[in-house]
Design a protein around this ligand. Structure first.
Ligand code: NAD
Length: 278
């Protein structure tokens, strides 16, 4: 793909109203991408979502947000069809649009133990375990497949999914999300393999611990944040903006040969070890 590419770049962000998804949508908008966002917010979350949408709009690019459950098949079909109609309108206006970036950044997980002998605590149910895997991992496959068959991707499209160190490490009560992250990374490799013939790359982004709505919902998150600060060679948490900037760079046409990876964007947190105190 050359730098003379005159196609109209659009990004579809699942999880566009908060955290990594919101920061990436804003950063891509500032880089000139039209933005389509999918999020699931009610009441208090709606104002935050609208604020993100307005920030994107202020960049001067077109933006459409869909407040729907990304794990619902009918809603997914509705959004994919809406993007198809939007691209048809753009073509009628003489543009050549395509989905240059797709980001899966959904945070919707159950944090419960698999086994407990404490009657005051609940164990994760089958439904909760399956729902966490469905939203946080399997939905990636269904979205990418539908977008592909709708002809919305093209040569040079970049697909990303947010993962965490939890895919390979154990953290108390993080089991359901940990399993979903392992599946998500596996889905990324499989999709990367199957999309190579079409010039589409797929990579998982392993972000360091960041202070977001989702991470604040993890029981004991203050300890998790403190541990991450101590382990991170930079001595601080990752920010959504750190990751957003990396994704803008990774979307470059120059990175056409990078696919099927789990890429750390964590300031070296994974390799860090807790500093001795005193
Ligand atoms: N925060 C961290 O420390 C951290 C670290 C590594 C990876 N991650 C991963 O990054 C991703 C984003 O997490 P975040 O911390 O930015 O979370 P967040 O809570 O700030 O944002 C989550 C977004 O997902 C949307 N969402 C959730 N369920 C949805 C559904 N069913 N349908 C549509 N939209 C839905 C929300 O509306 C919101 O826009 C997650 O996959 C998370 O596991 C987070």
């Amino acid at each position: 793909m050359s730098d003379n590419d005159r196609r109209e770049r659009w990004a579809l962000i699942l999880g566009s109203s908060s955290g990594f998804g919101a920061a990436t949508a804003i950063a891509l908008a500032r880089d000139g991408y039209g933005i389509i966002g999918v999020h699931l917010d009610m009441r208090s979350g709606l104002a935050a979502a609208e604020e993100v949408r307005q920030t994107i709009e202020a960049s001067g690019v077109p933006v459409v947000f869909h407040n729907v459950n990304a794990a619902d098949e009918a809603k997914r079909h509705g959004v994919v069809e809406a993007i198809g109609r939007l691209f048809d309108e753009r073509r009628a206006a003489g543009a050549d649009p395509y989905l240059a970036v797709f980001l899966h950044s959904l945070a919707f997980g159950v944090t419960l133990s698999y086994i407990t002998t404490d009657p005051a605590r609940r164990e994760v149910s089958q439904r909760q375990l399956e729902m966490t895997a469905d939203v946080m991992a399997h939905s990636m496959v269904y979205w990418v497949r539908d977008l592909f068959h709708a002809g919305l991707f093209a040569k040079g499209s970049r697909i990303f999914a947010m993962t965490s160190e939890g895919a390979v490490k154990v953290v108390p009560t993080y089991g359901p999300v940990s399993a979903a992250k392992a599946a998500l990374e596996s889905h990324c490799r499989q999709l990367a393999l199957e999309l190579v013939p079409f010039g589409i790359t797929v990579n998982a982004i392993r972000a360091g611990v960041a202070d977001t709505r989702a991470s604040r919902a993890i029981p004991g998150h203050e300890e998790l944040f403190q541990y991450a600060r101590e382990r991170n060679p930079a001595g601080r948490l990752t920010t959504p903006e750190d990751v957003a900037e990396a994704i803008v760079a990774l979307a470059s046409p120059r990175l056409h040969w990078m696919t099927g990876n789990t890429i750390g964007v964590d300031g070296g947190e994974l390799m860090g070890s807790k500093q001795a105190e005193g």
